[in-house]
Ligand binder design. Sequence first.
Ligand code: NAD
Length: 249
Amino acid sequence: MDRFKDKVVLVTGAASGIGRATAERLAAEGATLSLTDVNLEGLEETAATCRGLGATVRAEFADVSSEESVAASVGGTVEELGRLDVLVNVAGILQFKDARSTTLEDWNRIIGVNLTGTFLMCREALPYLLQTKGNIVNTASTASLHGHPWTVSYSASKGGVYAVTMTLAVEFGKLGVRVNAVAPGGIETPIQNAFEVPEGADPKLIYRIMPLDRMRGPETVAATVAFLASEDGAHVNGEIVRVDGGTHA
Ligand SMILES: NC(=O)c1ccc[n+]([C@@H]2O[C@H](COP(=O)([O-])OP(=O)(O)OC[C@H]3O[C@@H](n4cnc5c(N)ncnc54)[C@H](O)[C@@H]3O)[C@@H](O)[C@H]2O)c1
């Protein structure tokens, strides 16, 4: 498939997990890529794999929680690659903690990356996406949709990503820009290292975040992102697609 031939796609959080798998999937489908992350070592590994798949790749440090960094990253992408067709917001962080011991610092850090980062990236990219009639795919979570224990900051941030997605979809849909989100459930990536049942908590609640059959890898999310971002998803706007192995079926 060559669904992203002549398309420039910016992927945040591309050094690892879902962002890396998405970059690789889009490279295999012909995309020109702008890849960003705060982890430069992982980013270079992803960039090398994507170049090996034939893609032109720009890779640079960008912290999505920083307004300056986001502006430089989006502006630099268009300056160097000439246009922007798709923005895929994947960068994110996770924390498992009892709500009672969640500090304001924890809260601000997680909201800052997951929610503010998504908003800043969308805001900076939209003027260019309006030129190309492009689209955005955000990374929400099943935590956007249903109660997940021990993740009060994370779940609030992902609920916010859902709201940002729906708001931008109606605000820009008539102008030709689609905005959708994926909502992964438990996916095997390094972020799962944060998984921990807080002391004294009821471990039976884990069923709320586990797939019905078995865990799968980030390529399952990447395939859904590729569908939404491509012309195959042309009539899909303002949608949140769960990729969770039926957790909440
Ligand atoms: N893996 C899961 O089970 C799961 C489930 C639901 C949602 N998600 C979401 O998927 C996204 C990707 O997670 P993953 O599972 O691939 O985890 P991951 O830890 O493998 O990847 C996250 C990436 O985001 C980057 N990142 C962190 N802070 C950043 C910042 N300030 N600026 C730029 N990059 C930053 C990290 O360096 C890392 O490369 C996240 O938004 C996460 O919340 C994951």
